[in-house]
Design a protein around this ligand. Structure first.
Ligand code: AMP
Length: 221
């Protein structure tokens, strides 16, 4: 069986987080979501959080070096040894190159890159109903995958809120940044034979069974 060191690649709102959480459940590995790590730092008032906030609020990318060094620290923690799902990283070619050297140092390599191919019009619809848990950051969608009790997280009981950077003005910039900086990674990983394209479902309902099937197809289960 292959080790699950996976990358989730897709535009903001493409369902990366939901699929990553499902894969972690199926494969018993950890999710490494750079957006969540930054938001935790912002909440904790750290220097990294202060720096990251100035970029996140504008829908810009946090500088590559800062982001890669945070990922390197995270990947050195023992819970990633069974495998990891990178969610939201890499987002630039430079970050992908930095990831290669980080993994080389750790004696690891990427097993597959899961690309969620979602049309732009759909993305805008998805982001405009998205809420996340303020405690555990679990994602929900008011229409497509609502929580059982409105405004309350099913998993931990935390309060659900709309991310500041999910406001329409910021979303448009984030989509632009995705097209310009992140989309070229599809070709980058295609050349390495690592890309697996999946058409994401609208609801989160089937995510776990979809991800179990995908894991079997990839020889991870
Ligand atoms: P996300 O939760 O993945 O949508 O990330 C939220 C925001 O965090 C992004 O819009 C960026 O400002 C920042 N961010 C997350 N991951 C990265 C990354 N790999 N590189 C640079 N900035 C990032």
């Amino acid at each position: 069986m292959k080790k699950a060191n996976l990358i989730m690649l897709g535009a903001p709102g493409s369902g990366k987080g939901t699929r990553a959480v499902a894969l972690c459940e199926v494969l018993n590995v950890v999710q490494v979501a750079t957006g969540d790590l930054f938001r935790n730092n912002i909440k904790g008032g750290t220097e990294l959080g202060k720096l990251a906030k100035s970029y996140i609020d504008k829908g810009e990318l946090v500088p590559d070096e800062v982001t890669a060094s945070m990922v390197k620290d995270r990947l050195q923690q023992p819970d990633t040894q069974k495998g990891f799902i990178l969610d939201g990283f890499p987002r630039t070619i430079k970050q992908a190159e930095m990831l290669e050297s980080i993994l080389k140092e750790l004696g690891e390599e990427i097993t597959a890159v899961i690309f969620l191919d979602v049309p732009d019009a759909e993305i805008v619809k998805r982001i405009s109903g998205r809420v996340i848990c303020e405690k555990c950051q679990a994602p929900y969608h008011k229409e497509y995958s609502p929580s059982k009790v409105e405004g309350v997280c099913d998993k931990c009981g935390g309060k659900l809120y709309t991310r500041d950077d999910d406001k329409p003005e910021t979303v448009l910039n984030r989509l632009e940044v995705f097209r310009k900086n992140t989309f070229p990674l599809v070709e980058f990983y295609e050349k390495k034979g690592l890309i697996v394209r999946i058409p994401p479902e609208l609801s989160a309902e089937g995510a776990v069974s979809d991800m179990r099937k995908l894991s079997q197809e990839l020889g991870l289960l």
